[in-house]
Design a protein around this ligand. Structure first.
Ligand code: T1G
Length: 653
């Protein structure tokens, strides 16, 4: 058994065949904490000083090589040695240093590997510089070393997008030198031995050929357009595009840029979201509660929503039994699902074997009893209480008592649906966002009677569906639609008070929303909200200000893009300000004797943000939302709130 040398609490090493095999063991993701950096520095010094050591291998314990710098250290005073110093010592080492990527090498983890003299990975490894997703740029040489290895255009695309590349692509890009078909560490030791005596391959000594502006635009154009007002992607492009400079100059510029961005509000917002996403599925009281096993999922209603849910479930490896009310509807639903799978096949997201496996796991029926084997049944039928209650009563008769029944309702009260079943404790809401096979957000609705293990199962299924689950209590519209209604109401108040639809939409888009509220309404159609307003008219609080402008538009047949007119006109499909809408708004103001006034963008943004945050505070006070960051996640992932602003609760803080 080789002797283990401990360099720090998280860095130890053994010597095999004259090679110092250094292992980083810093759960959960081997982030390069101060202890890791100090341990690596000691290990390198030890290797340099020991004549019997001819080379070094660096690898990670567990399933991650290095998940990056320790994000939790951001905003705190730097602790020496900082990562760039350790990385430069690796590159300057007199003995070959081989990176053995046992898993994800991200951010600082990839930057460390880039400074090694050889990079070998297990086939399941992934690499990336996702710093822009945290509002920063790589701060330990990534923007300077990566282009030296793979060229400026490829480096721009990877760094400005922050995307992750699988091992095979990384090998083809020359980020990796080798994929280990056998034992990774054995192969890395072999590589180190081969490099002993040869001149070390120092990435920093390579030169990055300057790229011409057209290549730079081609690599960065779409990414920067999508990034909208974010600073980090544009800075990443600038740094990579100028990586033909001497390494020292590039590294200095990169470090200064990283430090400036790291302390920005935008980076703080994106770090807030990073941790919020991981907090959201931690629900008080669920510690130690096991989820029920789910293998087969029934889906009632194979329309747009039901089919999307079916595709997500098939993609997650579940068996799916689809139920609809007629053979024609069931067949149509099946065709829609298979069509979506075929699109995944055509786009390369699925291979032929995967397509066939998923298609085989799908069956459709018109017979309730065929749902008997289901461990979970999700209904996505017409959003009417009687229809849903009737369905759940039928399901009661065919599924096992422990089968979980989930309603996908957006606005109905799941407690009323649960109360109609024989086992209300097994009912919860799973509120998907359309298209359900694309949108990550999933509101997991905890009903009054929902059992703890049923809630735990909802969260486990959400995770396996690769959704972002946010637990909500029962209230009309849950978290997202309730805040959306509040912000829509405020926008309509602004219309009555003097603003116009295009001014409000411009203010929202200037703030970072991909599309303004009224443009979204025109795209989705005005009739659904109109029908809901008419249903609610009888119970509306007469003391609450109610704006009738949207009703006037609907009564005039202005139902949005599909009717050719809505809040805007669409001559030859182009969204255009319509004086007719302005006239309707002015008539409504006159009816209420409102003296219109103009609003600045800043004022519009503040009023809408305040309306969202106020409703968020109410949801927290009522216990509907467990934490403010959950509300931020819902508004970012379901309603277009710009992530780099952190969400309405963060933005107000
Ligand atoms: N720092 C601190 N904590 C981290 C972390 C990190 N880099 N990455 C993950 N965690 C925590 C996370 O909060 C969670 O904590 C637990 O680890 C498991 O995470 C110099 C400056 C690596 C692919 O952006 O993408 O390097 O909830 O649930 O699904 O240029 O974590 O258990 O308490 O996500 O297996 C760049 C971020 C940093 C990668 C693993 N790196 N991490 O996924 O686990 S900046 C990143 C991830 C940087 C350099 C710059 C993923 C993962 P808790 P998890 P996972």
């Amino acid at each position: 058994m080789n002797e283990v040398t401990t360099f720090s609490a998280t860095v130890s090493a053994t010597i095999r065949d004259g090679i110092l095999v250094v292992t980083i063991d810093n759960a959960p993701v081997n982030a390069t904490s101060a202890d890791v950096r100090s341990g690596l520095e000691k290990a390198l010094a030890h290797a340099d000083a020991a004549p019997g050591i001819r080379g070094v291998v660096i690898t990670g314990a567990g399933k991650t090589f290095i998940g990056g710098a320790d994000i939790r250290e951001f905003g705190k005073p730097a602790i020496e040695p900082i990562l760039p110093v350790v990385i430069e010592k690796i590159e300057a080492s007199s003995k070959p240093v081989v990176a053995a990527l046992n898993g994800a090498a991200l951010g600082g983890g990839l930057e460390l590997a880039l400074a090694c003299h050889y990079r070998i990975a297990s086939p399941s490894a992934q690499v990336g510089l996702p710093e822009v997703k945290l509002g920063i740029v790589p701060g330990a040489g990534g923007t300077q070393r990566l282009p030296r290895l793979i060229g400026v255009p490829a480096a721009i695309e990877l760094i400005a997008s922050g995307r992750i590349a699988k091992a095979k692509e990384a090998l083809s890009l020359c980020i990796l030198d080798e994929l280990a078909e056998t034992d990774l560490v054995d192969a890395a030791i072999e590589a180190a031995r081969r490099l002993t005596g040869a001149s070390p391959r120092k990435t920093g000594e390579l030169t990055a050929a300057p790229a011409d502006p057209t290549e730079i635009d081609k690599a960065s154009g779409k990414i920067l357009a999508k990034a909208r007002g974010q600073k980090a992607p544009a800075e990443a492009v600038r740094l990579v595009a100028s990586s033909h400079r001497p390494l020292a100059a590039g590294l200095a510029d990169e470090r200064a840029t990283f430090l400036t961005l790291r302390d920005s509000r935008e980076a703080a917002a994106l770090r807030h979201i990073f941790f919020a996403e991981r907090e959201a599925s931690k629900v008080a009281g669920l510690e130690g509660i096991d989820a029920r096993p789910v293998v087969t999922i029934g889906i009632c209603g194979l329309g747009l929503m039901g089919s999307g849910i079916a595709v997500a479930a098939l993609g997650a490896g579940y068996t799916v039994i689809g139920l609809d009310q007629s053979l024609e509807a069931a067949q149509k639903g099946r065709q829609r699902i298979i069509g979506l799978l075929e699109r995944n096949l055509a786009s390369g997201r699925l291979d032929q074997a995967g397509f066939e496996a998923q298609a085989t796991r799908l069956s459709v029926t018109v017979t309730d009893a065929d749902l008997a084997p289901c461990d979970l049944v999700i209904e996505a039928v017409f959003d009417d209480l009687t229809v849903k209650i009737d369905l759940f009563r039928r399901l009661d008769k065919v599924v096992r008592p422990e089968t979980i029944l989930a309603t996908n309702t957006s606005y109905l009260n799941p407690d009323e649906i649960a109360a109609a079943t024989a086992h209300p404790e097994r009912v919860l809401g799973l509120h998907f966002f359309s298209p359900a096979h694309v949108m990550r957000l999933l509101e997991v609705v905890r009903c009054k009677e929902t059992a703890l293990d049923v809630l735990a199962t909802g969260l486990a299924v959400a995770k396996r569906l690769r959704k972002l689950p946010v637990v909500t209590g029962v209230t009309e519209g849950f978290i997202g639609n309730r805040i959306f209604s509040a912000y829509r109401r405020e926008a309509e108040y602004l219309l009555e008070d003097g603003a116009l639809p295009h001014e409000i939409d411009a203010a929202l888009e200037d703030y970072g929303f991909p599309m303004g509220l009224f443009a979204v309404y025109d795209m989705a159609g005005l009739e659904i909200a109109w029908a809901r307003r008419k249903r609610q008219a009888a119970i509306r609080d007469p003391s609450e200000r109610y704006v009738e402008i949207a009703d006037r538009l609907c009564e005039a047949g202005r139902l949005g893009q599909k009717s050719g007119r809505g809040w805007y006109a669409y001559p030859d499909g182009k969204r255009t300000i319509d004086p007719e809408v302005t006239a309707i708004i002015e008539a409504e103001r006159a009816k209420r004797s409102i003296a219109a006034r103009s609003f600045s963008q800043d004022e519009i943004q503040k009023r809408l943000l305040n309306a969202m945050a106020a409703e968020g505070e109410a949801l927290l006070a009522e216990g509907i939302a467990a934490r403010a960051s959950d509300i931020d996640l819902v508004m970012i992932n379901g309603y277009g709130f710009p992530a780099y602003k952190g969400g309405p609760m963060f933005a107000k803080s």
